[in-house]
Unconditional design. Structure first.
Length: 268
């Protein structure tokens, strides 16, 4: 039997494909021996996938039938299963995010590390976020941050390493990006949001807030209380426009009692 006929026949008889779907999938997959495809199906069933799950998965990723069971598919399934995915959710993960685990393994070195990070920050599984990690980590290492320290930060707070540098228009390998990572590492997602809201409530637009962060990343290392206090003084007492503060965000970092008040007492 020629490979195309064998492929169509296998997909119809073993995966429950319609003729039309089998012919379409056979354009991406060539089965010359059914031993590995059968082993793949057996493994999927062993992990609780029913026929409709398998049909969905293989129709999304026909090449899964030629996957390396021992080195790729089985370890990936075990890892996803340890995170609580099974049945339909496991099929979805295997079809939608086929390369995520391999990329994370290259970055984090071991499955134990991958599991630790995914449990701490489950959004890491989104492919677009994984794409950000490698250049961001490389950025830090190129600025002299030891890889062991980068991984330690990642295990504790993966959120900062997952930011997209393009959002803030940071130049590749720029010092500001490293400062931005450091500043974000001092915040939880909740505290970050509270600080953004503190700026916003004082009249800054979201674009102005992120422009300020780009100019002076450490302004977000100040406490929410200090941001409110400084913004309130500049906007209400000195009648400064929030847009002006956005252009000189280092003002937020100055000591209110030791620097701002003494200078203002001379001017007024």
């Amino acid at each position: 039997m020629d490979p195309k006929s064998l492929t169509v026949s296998f997909l119809r008889n073993s995966c429950g494909f319609s003729l039309k779907l089998a012919v379409s999938a056979s354009k991406k997959l060539k089965i010359e021996n059914i031993e590995n495809p059968n082993s793949v199906l057996d493994l999927l069933r062993t992990h609780g996938l029913e026929q409709n799950h398998i049909r969905y998965l293989i129709s999304s990723r026909p090449l899964l039938l030629s996957a390396d069971l021992a080195n790729t598919l089985k370890p990936n399934m075990e890892l996803f299963k340890s995170l609580g995915f099974c049945g339909a959710s496991l099929a979805k993960m295997l079809s939608k995010y086929p390369t995520v685990l391999e990329k994370l393994r290259r970055i984090l070195r071991t499955d134990e590390n991958v599991l630790k990070v995914m449990k701490a920050y489950d959004a890491i599984i989104r492919t677009n976020i994984v794409h950000m990690l490698q250049p961001n980590i490389a950025n830090l290492i190129s600025h002299g941050v030891p890889q062991s320290s980068v991984l330690k930060l990642f295990f504790r707070k993966p959120f900062p390493l997952c930011i997209c540098s393009n959002r803030f228009s940071f130049e590749p390998n720029c010092r500001q990006f490293v400062l931005a990572i450091g500043s974000m590492a001092l915040n939880t997602k909740t505290s970050w949001g509270q600080k953004v809201e503190a700026f916003r409530s004082s009249g800054m637009s979201e674009d102005e807030i992120y422009a300020a962060f780009k100019r002076q990343p450490l302004c977000m290392s100040c406490s929410e209380k200090k941001i409110k206090k400084m913004m309130g003084f500049f906007v209400n007492k000195l009648k400064m426009k929030p847009s002006r503060i956005s252009k000189t965000p280092i003002l937020i970092q100055f000591s209110f009692e030791k620097r701002i008040i003494p200078r203002c007492s001379v001017l007024f």
